[in-house]
Structures are given as C-alpha cells and as structure tokens.
Design a protein around this ligand. Structure first.
Ligand SMILES: [Zn+2]
Ligand SMILES: [Zn+2]
Length: 60
C-alpha cells in the first residue's frame, strides 16, 4: 500500500479513511502537523456504492 509523505514536513502520512468499495486509502493525515490531505474521490466506486444500497434496502 502506497502512502505519500507530507509536503510540509516530509512525515509519512497515516491513512485516515479508506474507500468502502475497493478498500484503497482515499484520505491521509500527517501526524506532525495534523494536516489532512484532500479526499480522493473514486467516482466509479461511488456509483457502485450507490447502486448497492437500494438493492440491499429492497431485499430487507
Ligand atoms: Zn506534516
Ligand atoms: Zn474505491
């Protein structure tokens, strides 16, 4: 799993949030300056996620 380092202080970023569909990290946070990176939106995963939810609620 690839993690970027902070542009400000060079510290390795911790994974803050992972994609619920593909489980890849989409958001990072620097432990040193507590700066969160921008969330990486997976447009394809979002579509998959939105398509799954109605199906689950219909089945229940
Ligand atoms: Zn930093
Ligand atoms: Zn994804």
């Amino acid at each position: 799993m690839r993690t970027d380092s902070c542009r400000k202080c060079g510290t390795g970023l911790e994974i803050k949030q992972t994609c619920s569909v593909c489980k890849k990290p989409i958001k990072f946070e620097c432990r040193e300056c507590k700066r969160e990176s921008d969330e990486q939106i997976h447009s394809v995963c979002r579509l998959v996620d939105m398509n799954y939810r109605p199906q689950i609620s219909e089945a229940v």
